[in-house]
Design a protein around this ligand. Structure first.
Ligand code: C5P
Length: 218
């Protein structure tokens, strides 16, 4: 049993990796499975929220009662999120969005063609979806994620300031991508608190409880 702490609230969640095309058959992506974001969508729906999940390319079933929008690239994720973001009460950015994309997309498969010189790719920066939502005048309560290989707390605190969001959730577990469990660190301006190792479903419920509390105090 879960109390309906988010009844009447609208929540927008990004999840999974993005895929940045190089040519029709290749691209740049990452190992995000989307499991954490999908678990959060499920927990939010169970807590009574009206949930929209914007998902990069993942192999996961849509949680019951959740509205799902599938996208591929960071730009598509941005376009799916920004127009309706301010209509939500909460925005949770769990997606592992590619920071960069190839500056130009080849319309044909890039061939070796006996050429011994490896091709080089110019990259261009992707829009920061979370930072853009946090800048909206009527912004929802924004929650960011941080997956770092070292100095998690320091990086999470920097992200709070740089993206101007009230809560950053750090992945404490080593190589969390694709796993069913994790440990999280909640970081805000007051300090930090750990949610110890558990399966992502349990962590998602704890996080939803935490967000509900913060909403009722804001
Ligand atoms: O900037 P960095 O990738 O370290 O920040 C991670 C947080 O920002 C995550 O919540 C991620 O979903 C979000 N993000 C985003 N758009 C980007 C890059 C990151 O929404 N282009």
């Amino acid at each position: 049993f879960q109390p309906k702490t988010l009844r009447g609230k609208r929540m927008l969640i990004t999840a999974g990796p993005t895929f940045e095309a190089i040519d029709p058959v290749r691209g740049i992506t990452n190992l995000s499975s989307g499991k954490m974001g999908f678990a959060i969508a499920r927990a939010a729906q169970e807590a009574g929220a009206d949930v929209t999940l914007v998902a990069g390319p993942v192999h996961l079933p849509t949680p019951r009662g959740v509205r799902r929008i599938d996208v591929r690239s960071a730009q598509q994720m941005y376009d799916a999120v920004l127009p309706s973001a301010a209509l939500n009460d909460v925005f949770v950015a769990t997606a592992a969005v590619a920071d960069w994309r190839p500056a130009s997309l080849s319309d044909h498969k890039i061939k070796k063609d006996g050429n011994k010189v490896a091709p080089t790719f110019e990259l261009t920066e992707n829009p920061d979806i979370l930072a853009a939502v946090a800048k909206l005048p009527n912004r929802p309560y924004c929650v960011g994620f941080a997956a770092e290989s070292h100095d998690l707390l320091k990086h999470a605190q920097e992200k709070l300031v740089r993206k101007n969001v009230p809560l950053i959730v750090g992945n404490l577990g080593p190589a969390t991508f694709g796993r069913d469990d994790n440990a999280l660190m909640l970081v805000d301006v007051q300090g930090h608190r750990e949610l110890p190792q558990a399966d992502k479903r349990t962590l998602a419920r704890q996080l939803i409880e935490e967000i509900s509390k913060r909403l009722s105090h804001s």
